[in-house]
Design a protein around this ligand. Structure first.
Ligand SMILES: [Zn+2]
Length: 273
């Protein structure tokens, strides 16, 4: 296997998994190595007496199989629920083999119809605390200084960077004032998620609040990366119009989706604040 051998090796590792989905419907008992056919005569199966409960069960099962000399054995796809069948169903198999994780309580706030994928992605990694914040890099021994690049005072943990950093606080305050939502800051990620999940009297407010929150998280991560990798620093006041444009463009692009209709007006409501 000179080419693609690693791919084949990966596939071969799945043999034990695939075996659970394979079922053989015995016809004449003639397999490739004829082992089943050799194990029987016209008088029946050639077996020694059962010496264990398992063997006895096997012999009983074999005795119930009807042998038809004119029909070839066929392999079928076994299913845990329902009879085996000769057609492979990818979706059904994927459901059975995929790893099932416990459902998180915040997935509706991260992944929702109309969200911006790159914004959702950063929020998702943030919720899992998997972003390579400086404090995490320091913990891994990759660097020694984990001072936040936005405020240059505190350590850059996830909660600090996105919630409690003075720079982030100003961005949140600006955004939530535009939505006319009272803001007293977020102490930690749990409080932030509670706020994110809290319902509003205005049904249009919920998706707008989520769009804003995701855009704020994304903008902060973007600004932090720009400072680290390019040295370009954008004052938070200069980030306001950038975020404003992001929200407007998002609302405009989704104006035909019922859930998002009227959202731009809601955003403009705070235009002169
Ligand atoms: Zn900071």
């Amino acid at each position: 296997m000179p080419q693609g051998s690693s791919m084949w090796k990966q596939l071969l590792k799945l043999r034990s998994t695939a075996k659970t989905f394979l079922s053989c419907k015995v016809g004449n008992g003639l397999l490739l190595d004829s082992t089943v056919a050799k194990a029987r005569t016209s008088d029946g199966w050639i077996f020694r007496g059962a010496r264990s409960n398992e063997t006895e069960l096997l012999l009983r099962h074999l005795a119930e199989i009807e042998i038809n000399e004119d029909v070839k054995d066929t392999y079928l796809w076994a299913r845990p629920h329902g009879d085996p069948r000769n057609q492979f169903n990818f979706a059904e198999t994927w459901k059975l083999v995929k790893t099932h994780s416990q459902e998180v309580t915040w997935h509706h706030q991260v992944w929702f119809s109309g969200s911006i994928p790159k914004h959702s992605f950063i929020l998702w990694l943030s919720c899992l605390d998997r972003l390579p914040t400086l404090s995490r890099l320091r913990k891994w021994g990759i660097l020694e200084d984990d001072t936040c690049y936005l405020c240059e005072i505190y350590f850059e943990t996830r909660d600090h960077l996105f919630l409690t950093c003075p720079y982030s606080y100003d961005l949140w305050r600006w955004g939530l004032e535009k939505l006319q939502i009272p803001f007293a800051g977020f102490n930690n990620w749990d409080r932030f998620l509670m706020w994110l999940k809290a319902t509003s009297n205005d049904p249009k407010m919920a998706p707008l609040k989520l769009l804003l929150a995701q855009a704020v998280i994304y903008s902060l991560w973007h600004e932090r990366n720009a400072r680290i990798y390019t040295g370009i620093r954008t004052p938070v006041e200069a980030l306001f119009p950038i975020l404003d444009r992001r929200i407007r463009n998002t609302c405009l692009a989704r104006k035909d989706i019922p859930k998002f209709q009227g959202m731009l007006n809601l955003w403009f409501r705070g235009l002169f604040l």
